[in-house]
Write a protein that binds this ligand. Structure first.
Ligand SMILES: Cc1cc2nc3c(=O)[nH]c(=O)nc-3n(C[C@H](O)[C@H](O)[C@H](O)COP(=O)(O)OP(=O)(O)OC[C@H]3O[C@@H](n4cnc5c(N)ncnc54)[C@H](O)[C@@H]3O)c2cc1C
Length: 400
């Protein structure tokens, strides 16, 4: 029987980042990945913010540097945020990015088994045994800790009855050539017929663009994401922007936003999308997943060394990201207030307020794609029109 400190199910960006960190701290880590290759298939627009990029230093995976966003209201008000040559975010090649993170983990001593998936788990007094199917053969692995980094439909989460993320959004995107826009900018489109409750995007990726949208199943009202993206590209007021586009690929996937009710059990921990860590405002899961790992790594290592990994200990270790759960709830309320619960007419009014120079200035000063809470609160407090709306909605009580 193979024996390790930590068995990580799923070698995506968060499983890879976690394995790197824990290996650096001296743990013996085995990552397993069900596919034959890391980073394929992927479902992602590839945005990685500067602070997350700094953590991994993978600048050679960057396809485009992005300084800001051109945002379109349902009825044609356009606002532009960001400043030239002040990088707000990077668009990366996700395949290269995932492969490089997993390589970093291996450079630190973590082991990787491809074409492998878990079949069952059983507890011993001092460990958890996971039965794996590896290249068609059954192998048992004894670990002190089992980590589910196996994405939105996590097997570990289901096997250990750890609940479901609060929301599941569906993301759908096509990769195209021929989309013309301002250099170093992404575009965002809103409207009930395009991305109900959320937004659609056009993100530069080197020579191509990724055009996508996301929404919740309940907001789609029987329509498919493909149909809505098609509306944007062929029927909307912006369809002229897509006239020269040629599709070269398409991706669709779930976005789990809202930490699951029980992200730990005895000797079991969920991280990344498996834990429901994608941001309710952007759908971005890479930044929050890495932040979660950074918060828990040192204390977790201490408990692994002592082999004290009962559920109550893991609850203590993960207390810091229980705080993140609260922050997510507040971000979700802000998102609902500004976007998700708005009709197209109300959204138009919000864009009209956004387009005022003093509000654009506030966004440019406080706007951080990974920290929308401080910007949202500032807007509620400092923009008189929003303040009035917030009082009506009882928001000041929530955020003061
Ligand atoms: C359309 C779309 C656009 C997105 N755009 C962005 C974006 O721009 N920026 C951003 O930060 N996030 C974005 N996201 C979210 C982002 O893709 C995820 O948050 C991120 O990939 C989470 O990383 P992870 O390692 O937790 O999970 P994953 O990337 O899902 O990795 C999980 C890994 O586990 C493996 N696995 C799964 N089950 C098993 C099993 N049973 N056995 C073995 N291996 C298994 C999978 O093959 C995979 O390699 C987007 C998502 C979608 C759908």
């Amino acid at each position: 029987m193979k024996e390790v400190d930590i068995l990580v199910i799923g070698a995506g960006p968060i499983g890879g980042y976690f394995s790197k960190k824990m290996s650096q701290l001296g743990c013996k880590v085995l990552m397993i990945e069900e596919h034959l290759e890391i980073g394929k298939p992927f479902q992602c627009a590839g945005l990685v913010n500067p602070s997350s990029m700094e953590k991994v230093g993978l600048y050679d995976t960057v396809l485009s540097e992005i300084d800001g966003a051109i945002m379109h209201s349902p009825y044609g008000t356009t606002i532009e945020i960001g400043k030239p040559n002040q990088i707000r975010t990077y668009a990366v090649c996700r395949k290269k990015f995932d492969q490089a993170i997993v390589q970093q983990a291996m450079d630190e001593g973590a082991e990787l088994w491809l074409n492998s998936k878990p079949l069952d788990t059983n507890y011993l007094d001092d460990s958890i045994i996971t039965e794996l199917l590896v290249d068609g053969e059954t192998i048992e692995v004894k670990a002190k800790l089992l980590v589910g980094a196996d994405g939105a439909h996590s097997w570990v989460r289901r096997q250990h009855r750890m609940g479901y993320p609060k929301e599941f959004m569906i993301g759908y995107q096509v990769e195209v050539t021929g989309f013309e826009t301002k250099e170093r900018m992404l575009e965002m489109f809103t409207g009930e017929d395009i991305a109900p409750g959320f937004f659609a995007w056009a993100i530069p990726n080197g020579d191509t663009h990724r055009i996508g949208m996301w929404s919740r199943a309940e907001d789609l009202d029987g329509r498919s994401c493909e149909e809505l993206l098609n509306n944007l590209m062929t029927k909307s007021r912006w369809s002229y922007k897509f006239e020269k586009c040629k599709e070269i690929g398409r991706f669709c996937g779930p976005i789990p936003a809202g930490v699951v009710p029980r992200p730990v059990q005895d000797r079991v921990l969920l991280i990344g999308d498996a834990a429901g860590l994608a941001k309710p405002t952007t759908g971005g899961g890479i930044g929050p997943g890495m932040a979660q790992v950074d918060l828990i790594a040192d204390e977790l290592n201490e408990m692994i060394t002592k082999n004290k990994l009962a559920k109550k200990i893991l609850i203590k270790v993960t207390k810091k990201y229980a705080k993140a759960k609260k922050e997510f709830e507040r971000i979700r309320s802000l998102r609902d207030f500004f976007v998700t619960s708005r009709t197209d007419e109300e959204l138009e009014e919000i864009f009209r307020i956004f387009s005022k120079p003093e509000v654009i200035k506030l966004i440019n000063e406080k706007g951080d794609i990974e920290k929308p809470l401080s910007l949202g609160i500032s807007m509620l407090k400092n923009v008189p029109e929003f303040r009035k709306m917030a009082v009506k909605a009882g928001f000041i009580v929530l955020f003061s």
